[in-house]
Design a protein around this ligand. Structure first.
Ligand code: M6R
Length: 371
């Protein structure tokens, strides 16, 4: 049931504060101890991590890579499942393999994980490959192939465009990176506390964004009735959110959109920019803020309409951006959970304004069970 929402997608966007609460409830106890239920045999002495995924799950995995490397200090590769299958990297000892799929049934991801499992067992039958699935379906095929599962607890998602399951996948990576980081002592107790405190603030912050920004974003979409191309840029941990923003828009509005790490604009894509091509730039405070702003300025110099996803109190941003989507103050590491929300709302309202079938876009299926 849509419970008064016009589309399932919008309902699912609004479910996200609850999804974050439920996830933290499941895996973080009152004393802030993380319990994903992962055995020591899976986590001990992991030398590197290989993630396989498709689509939005691949974007969540890119955020995961950032976290696993920067928080837990473990070298991590992310590959599209469909590419991985036909060019698997050389085997290395003590690799943790993670399959990320909300449905748990995506054919390529399932095949990549199964192949990797067999490849490793084939090398030495006594060897127990370390396999982990991050999925929203505990009863899925990926869960039985992997054995170890992080259930993302987001509830069934009906809209073809993944929203709440993406946020839940991100949370799975936060807790996994913190768990592995704690086991390896790659982060201090203070930093761990700080991040956990930040995680607990996210539901209220998402609520605030929905309350304060949805109407505004809906208004904003007036100016895009004729727009044919969009560019999304982000840097660091928000680069994958730019990719996700572009994918959401493509999927449900059928507008051509590309996501780039902002620093790459000048290496080619900037040639596309003019007054007809709006640029959505994520520029939250943190290690890459100054760079993100200067990249946005490059786009402005090409006459693009600039929409800034920025922090609420950013006085400087007003001078640069034509439109501002202000978000609550948040630790840079946690910012993707907040920056993803305006991406979803923007795509949703552009598609809804165009009168499109938001929940069942053309040519797409919720679960891609063929190669
Ligand atoms: O079920 P999965 O997470 O494996 O699905 C992967 C992709 O097919 C999926 O994320 C697709 O890109 C979505 N429609 C994105 O909104």
């Amino acid at each position: 049931e849509k419970q008064g929402f016009r589309h399932f997608m919008l309902k699912e966007i609004y479910e996200q504060p609850g999804v974050v609460r439920a996830f933290l409830e499941a895996y973080l106890d009152a004393a802030d101890v993380i319990n994903l239920g992962l055995p020591e045999s899976l986590c001990k002495d992991v030398e590197n991590i290989q993630i396989v995924a498709c689509g939005t799950s691949w974007h969540a995995s890119l955020v995961g890579k950032y976290l696993l490397e920067q928080v837990a200090g473990i070298p991590t590769s992310v590959q599209y499942s469909s590419e991985f299958r036909y060019a698997p990297p050389p085997l290395t000892a003590n690799t943790l393999i993670i399959g990320v799929t909300q449905s748990g049934e995506t054919a390529d991801t399932l095949a990549a994980l199964t192949m990797e499992k067999e490849r490793r067992i084939g090398k030495s039958p006594a060897y127990q490959p370390r396999l982990l699935a991050i999925t929203n379906r505990l009863d899925s095929s990926i869960a039985s192939v992997a054995g170890q599962v992080i259930d993302t607890h987001a509830g069934i998602e009906i809209g073809v465009a993944a929203t709440k399951t993406f946020i839940a996948q991100l949370l799975a990576f936060y807790l996994l990176a913190l768990d592995l980081g704690a086991r390896r002592q790659t982060l201090s107790e203070e930093r761990l506390e700080e991040i956990v405190t930040g995680l607990r603030q996210l539901p209220a912050q998402i609520e605030l964004i929905l309350e304060s920004q949805e109407r505004y974003i809906q208004e904003l979409t007036h100016q895009f009735t004729e727009t044919q191309d969009f560019i999304f840029v982000g840097r660091g941990i928000n680069f994958p959110i730019a990719l996700e923003g572009a994918l959401k828009l493509k999927e449900i509005s059928y507008i051509h959109a590309e996501g780039y790490p902002a620093g790459e604009l000048k290496h080619g894509p900037i040639a596309l920019l003019d007054a007809k091509v709006p640029v959505v730039a994520i520029a939250m405070p943190g290690s890459v803020y100054e760079k993100a702003i200067s990249n946005a300025q490059e786009a402005k110099a090409r006459d693009s309409r600039l929409i800034g996803v920025v922090q609420m109190d950013d006085a400087h941003a007003e001078e640069i951006f034509d439109d501002l989507i202000p978000l609550p103050a948040v630790d840079e590491l946690l910012s993707p959970i907040l920056t993803a929300i305006p991406m979803q709302l923007l795509a949703y309202h552009i598609a809804a304004r165009r009168g499109l079938d938001v929940d069942q876009p053309r040519n797409l299926a919720k679960s891609v069970t063929v190669e």
